[in-house]
Design a protein around this ligand. Structure first.
Ligand SMILES: [Cu+2]
Length: 83
């Protein structure tokens, strides 16, 4: 699993967040935990494969926003062990 963090310019409200989430789901059909925050200027999601960064940047730009950076990192579920 890969966690992707997008730094995005131009999100102003919840509608913008929804637009970005829609773009992410279209470009990365298996994306899970899709979340966007206009206050942080950031979107995150988790997917099985490394996403196509170029396509995300292009599609987000077509929607009217600017991707400033794309960061991917291994996603590991955190387990809380109770004994
Ligand atoms: Cu908005």
């Amino acid at each position: 699993m890969i966690k992707t963090t997008l730094k995005i310019d131009g999100m102003m409200c919840g509608m913008c967040e929804a637009h970005i989430n829609d773009v992410i789901r279209k470009v990365v059909p298996d994306a899970k935990k899709v979340k966007s925050s206009h206050t942080k200027g950031e979107s995150t999601f988790v997917s099985e494969q490394e996403p196509d960064k170029e396509e995300i940047i292009v599609k987000v730009a077509e929607t009217g926003y600017t991707v400033k950076s794309v960061i991917t990192e291994p996603y590991t579920k955190k387990f809380l062990k109770l004994f």
